[in-house]
Design a protein around this ligand. Structure first.
Ligand code: IPM
Ligand code: MN
Length: 369
């Protein structure tokens, strides 16, 4: 039986509620002898700040580095609005991404036919949608230096963020996108703002050169990031793999999430480079949605994005793609039966709680295994 170390970071808001549903599934897989998970739990975000006065402790960082995969639910909330910038909840997530060098963020947006009516777009535009946003995750304006607010001394302050990319960063994320496209519909759309940004010019040059050198068999097109945002809501099914930088990827993936019916539906995987001579990568899996403080503690959050993120861990970290397929099928079976949490209720009269949805997915998985 395969054996894996999972490091679980429920975080803040609805995080612990949706993570509990993944732990149910992991515990069942272990009980059944299908996969053995050793689970360790840690603190991130506001939860870590409350205990350690930091957004993630060094000890938990070390556990994350030592795990086969990290699962993170969500960070942040109004309770921590006034904490110092360096230790705000989001800093914990950013440190995990940076220190573990998780440069490739995969954000699939799939519209289950049963949910097409929950989308804000018309059914025929989104029904059967299946696209993948590949977001660069350790560079760009999120981490570029200088990053500061300077007092100009005349009653004015100046804020500076730095958008910076090196060739190797663009190349390695481009490779991830082209390789993924080869296993899908063989098309990559690269997106930047080369009409105003030097980093966009380098992005475009680098992706074109990589394509010409190594991936001529893949169809490559380019869309400026603003136009791509428009196309995502106009004709989203034109896309297969979208590759873009950290900030554009952040925004475009939130847009894409609504095509699928709800922000509560989108999983993601953040991957590092393969180790020398090894087939495994450092990896962290998290839903695209945030901590949703407005509904935290009510037991109504949708656990599907979190469970889908666990499914991505099975696929990308544990090489259990058959089991990952089953998890995805369990989700789509449950949706097909008309079971809904409140965010995807559409016309449904009754909705399930977070744990009822988790139980329904687990039952569907048990029935299918
Ligand atoms: C995301 C989130 C994060 C980001 C925040 C919480 C720092 O919005 O994962 O998309 O901006 O990357
Ligand atoms: Mn985001």
């Amino acid at each position: 039986m395969p054996h894996f170390k999972l490091f679980v970071l429920p975080g803040d808001g609805i995080g612990p509620e949706v993570m509990a549903e993944v732990e149910k599934i992991a515990a069942w897989l272990t009980r059944e002898g299908i996969v053995h998970f050793d689970i360790e739990r840690g603190l991130v975000g506001g939860a870590a700040y409350d205990v350690h006065k930091t957004a993630i402790s060094d000890a938990d960082m070390a556990r994350a580095q030592a795990a086969d995969a990290v699962l993170l639910a969500a960070v942040g909330g109004p309770k921590w609005d006034a904490v110092p910038y360096e230790v705000r909840p989001e800093a914990g997530l950013l440190r995990l991404r940076k220190d573990m060098q998780l440069f490739a963020n995969l954000r699939p947006a799939i519209c289950y036919p049963a949910l097409a009516d929950a989308s804000s777009l018309k059914r025929d535009l989104v029904d059967g949608l299946d696209l993948m946003i590949v977001r660069e995750l350790t560079g760009g304006v999120y981490f570029g230096e200088p990053k500061q607010i300077i007092d100009l001394g005349n009653g004015q302050r100046r804020a500076i963020d730095t958008q910076v990319y090196d060739t190797y960063e663009i190349e390695r994320i481009g490779r991830i996108a082209f390789e993924l496209a080869r296993k899908r519909r063989n098309k990559v759309t690269s997106s930047d703002k080369r009409n105003v940004m030097k980093s966009g010019v380098l992005w475009d040059d680098t992706i074109r050169a990589l394509h010409a050198r190594e991936y001529k068999d893949v169809e490559l097109e380019h869309q400026l990031a603003d136009a791509l945002g428009m196309q995502l809501v106009r004709r989203p099914k034109q896309f297969d793999v979208i590759v873009t930088d950290n900030l554009f990827g952040d925004m475009l993936s939130d847009v894409a999430s609504m095509l699928t019916g709800s922000l509560g539906m989108l999983p993601s995987a953040s991957l590092g480079e393969k180790g020398a001579g090894s087939d495994t990568r450092k990896a962290l899996y998290e839903p695209v949605h945030g901590s949703a403080p407005d509904i935290a503690g009510k037991g109504i959050a949708n656990p599907i994005a979190m469970i889908g993120s666990f499914g991505m861990a099975l696929r990308y970290s544990f090489n259990l793609s058959e089991l990952a397929d089953r998890v995805e099928k369990a989700i789509s079976d449950v949706l097909g039966k008309g079971l809904r949490t409140v965010d995807i209720a559409g016309g449904a009269k009754e909705t399930l709680s977070t744990s009822q949805m988790g139980d329904a997915i687990l039952s569907a998985l048990q029935a299918g295994v």
